[in-house]
Design a protein around this ligand. Structure first.
Ligand code: DC
Length: 225
């Protein structure tokens, strides 16, 4: 059954625009949307709040198994509390990147992510959607952009949300995060062999969405809502 539900996997580095593009594509197709990074972020947030060491693999995996995370509209919930803002903070993203390098944590979160694959279809974004979580995806996109333009986009997003931001710190942090996400032993960030690489450095969000939708149409799947 899982094999029959169409999945689009959009992977890429932090602040590449993959979340925005994936959400808009899901809206156009009237499919479900999974922001897998948000699950890692909520787990990291929960660990930070409880003072759990970010290298405590077994404790973090146990927390992942019972993590009470849910999504509604644009909000992220942890045990009934709206944690959208805290989950989006840079420090939470950096902590998420650290716990995401732990194999037991990734294994514990696998079934939870796959549970989002329900009819009529799913658009998922993350680092290993096409390689590990949904290898059956009929379309795999690797969405990327230069580090400088990603830092600038992240800066604008944070400022718009009234969160603290400094462009030099953001650039350094995202380069560190790219290095950690790409060099880890399990599910490292890299384009799948069968992925279409889309560089959005000089591409608007709309153009990137159109590009993904035309690839969907070429493959004869989905109907634009
Ligand atoms: O996409 P994001 O910035 O919200 O993700 C936060 C961190 O979570 C990212 O640095 C690496 C990790 N992550 C992952 O390892 N695998 C995923 N599928 C999604 C996120």
């Amino acid at each position: 059954m899982l094999q029959e539900i169409p999945v689009i996997a959009i992977d890429g580095p932090t602040a590449s625009g993959k979340g925005t593009v994936a959400g808009l594509v899901a809206g156009k197709l009237a499919w479900h949307y999974l922001d897998s990074g948000a699950i890692y972020r909520v787990l990291a947030l929960s660990a930070l709040r409880r003072g759990v060491d970010l290298a405590e693999e077994a404790s973090l995996a146990a927390m992942a198994n019972t993590l009470d995370v849910s999504f509604s509209a644009d909000r992220i919930w942890l045990a009934g509390e709206d944690v959208s803002l805290d989950a989006r903070r840079e420090e939470t993203g950096n902590a998420a990147s650290k716990i995401a390098a732990l194999p037991q944590v990734r294994a514990a979160l696998l079934a939870r992510q796959r549970a989002f694959c329900t009819p009529p279809g799913l658009v998922s974004d993350g680092r290993d959607m096409g390689s590990v979580v949904f290898p059956q995806a009929f379309l795999k996109i690797f969405l990327t952009a230069s580090a400088e333009s990603r830092a600038e986009r992240r800066y604008k997003q944070l400022i718009a949300k009234d969160l603290p931001a400094n462009i030099a710190d953001l650039l350094r942090d995202l380069q560190e995060r790219d290095a950690r996400d790409s060099s880890r032993a399990v599910a490292p960030l890299k384009p799948c062999e069968d992925a279409v690489v889309l560089d959005t450095t000089a591409l608007s969000i709309d153009a990137a969405v159109q590009c993904v939708l035309s690839l969907v149409a070429q493959r004869g799947v989905g109907r634009i809502a």
